[in-house]
Design a protein around this ligand. Structure first.
Ligand SMILES: Cc1cc2nc3c(=O)[nH]c(=O)nc-3n(C[C@H](O)[C@H](O)[C@H](O)COP(=O)(O)OP(=O)(O)OC[C@H]3O[C@@H](n4cnc5c(N)ncnc54)[C@H](O)[C@@H]3O)c2cc1C
Length: 427
């Protein structure tokens, strides 16, 4: 089977690109190993809500039209939103089609799947940034009696035995899951490394509203001094609770969560924590306050001050003066462990030499270092919001223009003139 452009993945990023290619009359298919919105259907925990408000899920030609623009979607609502989008834009999605290999050929790419092979001049990798939970090597030293979970395996606290739970990682995933497990009656110890504290509301407005209005989310990848670092910063400590409350280390200790430093090692069943908890918390407070300063300056310069509440600052993070530096995992106090240590993409099927030594794709704002290959949906790919639903539209518009230019400038391989070869006639 042949097509002009082939998109791997029918998450919001692949769908946004599909819509933009359709607008440019570029024939394409979207290959999806599961169903539309597969990651949200199969890899998320039950209570998760988007941490971006409803108004902020803007996709090309589609957005929120309901009565609660400031609410946060549940998982079933998120799935329905994306399924509806796929229908509205008539995305040519081939479901249950697993891409098993992508190789470069003379005229573009050969793509093998469990349902036949494709040839395409352009390939867009929209297969997700969070396919595999990143688990540190020290996980091998966790005593066998402790049940370990990744966020992709975790659904709700009822999965866990009664007893203590060690949650490793205090970014969006870790703090949300730690709170729900603690509230279920299982005492949580939270190992805290680098994290980004962020209030849900500031001066009466959602923090995402501020970052959107002030242009922070639109900041481009070429404006950033340390791009590698920007692409690796942890997610914001945010949750989409219906009552718009914040989640941070203070709110967790208030319900009884015990904080320790970053998990640095496990020796003879004893977990060892770094002594940097107080420093990490202070640094996070400092960075949050810098962002709030920038927001205040923007509000002042743009005449917004009168429409919102006055500036204020939040109570500093409270941490124990000497938190424990070790915890004996053999003692039976901890029964379960959750690795909230981040995610990474899976490119095991990509047989094109575009990966650097850390396994990351070499690209310039989503234009991969291989002619006719593109990326979508990675953190800070073209702008700060690239990995968010709201960021896919601008990225897809710009990259689809690049795709069109690439198709114009490279002579089509012999097969494109034989239109009968196209699965669905060239758009
Ligand atoms: C826990 C969590 C919470 C998040 N919360 C928010 C939020 O509140 N707001 C927000 O804007 N963003 C949020 N994000 C970030 C981001 O929106 C999601 O990661 C989103 O799923 C990324 O969209 P995507 O289309 O790039 O990837 P995905 O949604 O992961 O889509 C990729 C698709 O590719 C398919 N695929 C992968 N490999 C293959 C293959 N070999 N063959 C065929 N198909 C394949 C997958 O099945 C999947 O359907 C969150 C992410 C996580 C992990």
């Amino acid at each position: 089977m042949r097509t002009t452009a082939l998109i791997v993945g029918a998450g919001h990023a692949g769908l946004a690109m599909s819509r933009c290619l359709t607008e440019r009359s570029i024939h394409h298919v979207v290959l999806e190993r599961g169903e539309v919105a597969n990651s949200w259907k199969t890899e998320r925990w039950d209570s998760l809500r988007l941490l971006t408000p409803n108004w902020q899920s803007r996709l090309p030609g589609y957005g929120y039209a309901g009565a609660d623009p400031h609410g946060y979607r549940t998982m079933p609502e998120t799935i329905a939103f994306l399924e509806c989008y796929a229908q509205v834009i008539s995305a040519p999605v081939h479901t249950h089609t697993v891409v098993t290999s992508v190789r470069r050929t003379d005229g573009g790419y050969a793509v093998a799947t469990n349902r036949g092979d494709w040839q395409s001049r352009v390939v867009v990798l929209a297969s997700g940034a969070c396919n595999i939970p990143s688990i540190p090597a020290l996980a091998e030293s966790v005593p066998r009696a402790i049940a370990s979970f990744t966020p992709a395996q975790y659904r709700n606290p009822a999965q866990l035995e009664q007893g203590g739970v060690l949650v490793v990682g205090a970014s969006a995933t870790g703090v949300q899951i730690a709170e729900e497990i603690q509230r279920s009656g299982r005492p949580v110890t939270l190992a805290v490394g680098e994290h980004i504290r962020m209030p849900r509301l500031y001066r009466g407005r959602d923090i995402q509203w501020w970052m959107d209005a002030a242009g922070i989310l639109d900041q481009g990848y070429q404006e950033i001094e340390d791009l590698a670092r920007a692409r690796n910063v942890p997610s914001l400590q945010l949750a989409g609770y219906p009552d718009h409350r914040s989640i941070d280390l203070n709110s967790l200790t208030a319900i009884g969560v015990k904080l320790v430093g970053r998990l640095a090692g496990i020796r003879d069943g004893k977990a060892q924590f770094s002594g940097s908890l107080a420093n990490q918390a202070a640094l996070s407070d400092l960075k949050m306050n810098r962002l709030l300063d920038a927001i205040d300056a923007w509000a002042n310069a743009n005449g917004v001050d009168d429409e919102v509440q006055p500036p204020h600052r939040f109570e500093p993070t409270r941490v124990e003066a000497s938190p424990p530096l070790s915890l004996d995992l053999n003692r039976g106090e901890i029964r379960s462990l959750l690795w909230a240590t981040g995610y990474r993409p899976d490119y095991s099927w990509l047989h094109v030499p575009v990966l650097d030594r850390k396994g990351r794709i070499r690209h310039d704002g989503g234009v991969v270092d291989s002619p006719g290959m593109y990326l979508m949906g990675l953190q800070f790919m073209r702008r700060r919001k690239s990995a968010l639903i709201d960021g896919a539209g601008d990225d897809a518009r710009e990259l689809s223009a690049h795709v069109a230019g690439c198709l114009r400038s490279t002579p089509p391989p012999a097969y494109v003139n034989r239109s009968k070869d196209y699965e669905v006639g060239q758009a």
